[in-house]
Structure formats: C-alpha cells, structure tokens
Design a protein around this ligand. Structure first.
Ligand SMILES: NC(=O)c1ccc[n+]([C@@H]2O[C@H](COP(=O)([O-])OP(=O)(O)OC[C@H]3O[C@@H](n4cnc5c(N)ncnc54)[C@H](O)[C@@H]3O)[C@@H](O)[C@H]2O)c1
Length: 466
C-alpha cells in the first residue's frame, strides 16, 4: 500500500495522461451513478471544486427534487446543493445517456442482500449496463458500493465489456470503497482518507488522482479485491465488537448487580489497546447488518465458514428479540392482557441524529412485539418525515410527545438516541421505560421505572438442587 502523490502521474502515457491532465486542469467531467447517501456528497464535492458534474438516478422523485434545486441528504448543505445546481455545475437525470460526456464515472448504488441473506448485485449489474451503454475509450469507472472481493473484476467488468471495449486496454477501472458516516460532524468526504485499488497501475493512479481532487489522503492498494475486502473488514470489525459488548450486556443482565455500561466506561479509561463499543437494541443501516453476509457467502465458495463473523452477526440479530422479551416481561407484571398493552417506540432511525431508516432495529423490535400479541404500538421520532415509518407491513406516523401522551403507554422503549429527545421529561411521565442505549444514564429519580439493557439489580441467587 502507498499514499498517492502527484509524482506518480509521471508514469502515465497515452489516454491515461490525457485524462490526468483533464483532472488537473478541471476540464474533466465527473459522472455519478446513484445519487443517495454516498453519491450525492461526492457529486457535491466535485461540483464545488469546479468540475462539471452529472448525476444519474432512476428515482424520479430524487431527480425532480434536484432539478428544482432541492437537497434530500441531511448532512449536505441545502444552500450548497442549490448553488451547484443553479450555477449549472451539477446536472442530473434519470437516463444514462447524459453520462456519455463524463470522463470519470463513480458507481454508488445499493448492495443489499436477498431474503436468504445472499448478496444481491442487481443494482451493480444494472448500473454496469447503464454505463456500458455509453462507455467510451479513455473513461475511468470507479465502483464505490460495498461488496465482496471479486465484484469489480468478475461481475462489473464483464457487463461493461459488453460495450465492445476492454477493461485496462480501452477504459480504466478501480474499486474505491466509501467511508461516509452520516451524522458525523468531525469527518466528512474531504477529510476522511480513502483507499483505491485499480485493475492495473494506470487505473489505480487515475482513480487515486480523481479522488485526491476532493479527498485529502488517498491510499493505493494492489488490486480491487484488496480494496473490496478492506471495506468489509472495517464494517465487520464493528459488527464483531458490537456483538462482544452485546453478549456482555446479556451476561450482566443474567448475573445482576453489574451495569455493563459502567464496565465499558471503566474499560475505556485504558488509553491503549481498547476501543469503545456500546451495546444496543441491534445493528442497523446499510452496512453493519449486511456486510458480514457478503463475506460469509463468498467464503462458502472456498469451503470456508466464517464462524466468528457469522456468530457476531447472529448475536447482534438476537438483540431486538431480547428487547421485545424485556417489553413482554414488563407487560406480564401488569393487570392487563397483552393485547391491551400500549407500547411507544422512541426513535426509529437506525442511529442517532439521522433520518436513515434502513434495517433499523426498531423494525425488528416492532415485528417481535406483534409476534408476541402486542397490537397497540406507536412511534415517536422527529427525524421521520410525513411519509411515516414502514414496519411489519404497517405505516407508523410519528406522534408528538406530551406528558399526557407519554403517560398513556404501558411501556416506553428508548431505541434511538437522537439528541432532540427530552429524556428527563420522557422518563418523568412514563410508567415504565426500557432503555436500550443508556439514554437515561443521568437520571437519578424514579430509577425503579427504568429497565436498562445490560443491567439488572442485585438478585438473590437460586442454586439448583441435584
Ligand atoms: N450510506 C452509508 O453510510 C454508506 C457508507 C459506506 C458505504 N455505503 C455503501 O454505498 C452504497 C450506496 O449506499 P447509499 O447509502 O448511498 O444508498 P442509497 O440508497 O442512499 O443510494 C443509492 C442510489 O442508487 C440509486 N440507484 C439504484 N439503481 C441504480 C442504477 N441502476 N443506476 C443509478 N442509480 C441507481 C438509487 O435510486 C439510490 O438513489 C452501498 O453499497 C452501501 O453499502 C453506504
């Protein structure tokens, strides 16, 4: 691996040199296929830097919104998006033919899994077909979607080569995973280092050069597979460590008298060799719940079972079941039947201060509650907009919080730790709170009304008599 530096451009000749010069003098046109959480920040950065930028997305509402100058990604500045659209630096379309003029095309499309949790590359393939329809000599294609090693070379290139052009000979191609962290106020597209792996030296250098125009540090690795796997490692690292503290949380609950959050705080005082991860109601978003399965699926082809990685994913997937069990246990102590119980879910987006609802643990908790016979479930989340929150085939609309409203629920479940929740007020007016993220940690009054994930009071030990 090496850090990109402009002296590497001396190694380029022919079409690669032409493209490098266009990138250097800002006459290169940048294309972005997929204008979501990943594609939009890249498009905006290039347009702000003075590159003509063209975006393509089949989502009509996104294109209509952009064409009116309206931003829909919360981390981006509405004013900046409007500015690059009104100045003509950023145009967008639902059709791929607008990308014919692009010199560099970033592909930023979803990589979900199917019902069996096997990778679903349908979006990568369809984006590849779109790009293939306009591919021309000298273009650089950069795949950014998170995926398993081999996707760029074994899946995307064959689709692109249907154009009659050959990767490496006619066009350049690299994989460069995305590291955007929605809601992160410290790290953004520009100041988060990034990795690229091209299929050959020219592809790597050109992809690193393109990235370096909007990203401060770019590292080059040997090939696309290294870049594909390093991205999975980043996310699986999180999955495994979250699973570790989730397991510890369950153990602490069983033992009683040990608060896992305090254990974690205490361990975090070690200034080296320890990284802090927090337990919770389950993992969510487009990465952590999915990426382990991308690797375990691939490993099977090599008669290899990723036991450790799969186990971690299973532990995390078990957390919403556990949270639902905590709710049911509380209702069992009430003089009502389970079908009469009223439950309020506080926070449904997959992490704090974002409106991304994908794979949120809230959905899994709601499904488990319904499976247990709980019918009266409401949500409150200021980040959920008018269209509501889809879970278990029902659309839930966010309820405004008031003391009377909170008091009308039998159990209130704190799922997402958005900063705008008034936790003292919620706890004060709740009959019972299940706190899955230690959101009520500073509250000292009415602690008996709070069930904290990973912590149960001291209990009498009952020993088995054999
Ligand atoms: N969101 C994140 O925080 C994040 C971080 C790192 C990596 N990633 C990865 O980046 C990829 C994209 O994620 P995202 O969060 O931006 O998804 P997203 O759903 O926000 O955006 C993807 C966009 O691609 C569009 N699209 C679908 N098919 C297309 C096609 N054939 N051509 C052009 N556009 C098409 C969709 O309409 C959508 O607007 C995924 O692989 C994801 O795992 C996401």
């Amino acid at each position: 691996m090496r850090l990109f530096n402009p002296s590497l451009l001396d190694n380029l000749g022919g079409n690669a040199d032409v493209l490098a010069k266009k990138l250097e003098n800002k006459t290169a046109v940048i294309g972005v296929a997929g204008l979501g959480y990943v594609g939009m920040p890249i498009a905006l950065e290039f347009a702000k830097m003075g590159y003509k930028t063209i975006g393509v997305d089949p989502s009509r509402w996104k294109i209509e919104s952009l064409q009116k100058g309206k931003n829909y990604i919360e981390d981006l500045s509405d004013a900046e998006v409007a500015e690059v659209i009104h100045s003509g630096m950023f145009i967008s379309s639902a059709e791929y033919d607008v990308l014919a003029d692009a010199d560099v095309i970033y592909i930023c499309v979803p990589t979900p899994f199917n019902a069996n949790k096997d990778p679903d590359l349908a979006y990568v393939i369809s984006a590849g077909e779109g790009v293939s329809s306009i591919l021309k000599k000298g273009q650089l294609i950069i795949l950014k979607s998170t995926t398993f090693p081999g996707t760029t070379e074994d899946y995307l290139i064959p689709v692109l080569n249907k154009s009659g052009l050959s990767a490496g000979t006619d066009y350049y191609i690299a994989f460069s995973p995305e590291r955007v962290d929605p809601g992160n106020k410290q790290f953004n597209t520009a100041n988060t280092p990034i990795v690229v792996g091209g299929i050959d030296s020219d592809s790597s250098i050109l992809a690193a050069l393109a990235n370096s125009k909007v990203i401060e540090k770019v590292y080059m690795v040997d090939n696309p597979k290294v870049a594909e796997l390093e991205k999975l490692l980043e996310n699986i690292f999180r999955s495994v460590n979250i699973a570790l503290v989730n397991e510890l949380a369950l153990l602490c609950e069983r033992m009683g008298d040990i608060n896992v959050w305090e254990v974690i705080e205490a361990a975090s005082t070690k200034p080296f060799g320890y990284l802090k991860f927090q337990p919770g109601p389950g993992v969510g978003g487009h990465c952590i719940p999915i990426d382990p399965y991308y690797l375990s699926w691939l490993a099977r082809e090599y008669d290899f079972e990723t036991k450790f990685i799969t186990l971690a994913a299973n532990v995390n997937e078990g957390m919403p079941y556990h949270v639902a069990n905590l709710v049911v246990r509380e209702i069992a102590n009430l003089p009502i039947s389970i079908s009469q119980a009223k439950v309020l879910i506080v926070g449904v987006s997959f992490k704090k201060n974002v409106k991304d609802l994908r794979h949120s643990p809230a959905e899994s908790v709601i499904i488990r509650l319904i499976e247990n016979g709980i019918r009266n479930i409401d949500i409150t989340d200021p980040w959920v907009e008018g269209e509501g929150y889809e879970a278990a085939g029902t659309t839930y609309y966010t309820k405004d919080i008031s003391p009377e409203m909170i008091a009308s629920y039998d159990v209130v479940v704190l799922i997402t730790d958005h900063d705008d929740f008034d936790i003292p007020a919620i706890v004060k007016h709740s009959r019972k709170v299940i706190d899955t993220r230690n959101m009520a940690k500073n509250i000292t009054e009415n602690r008996d009304n709070i069930i904290l994930l990973g912590s149960t009071p001291k209990k009498e030990k009952i020993v088995m008599q054999h």
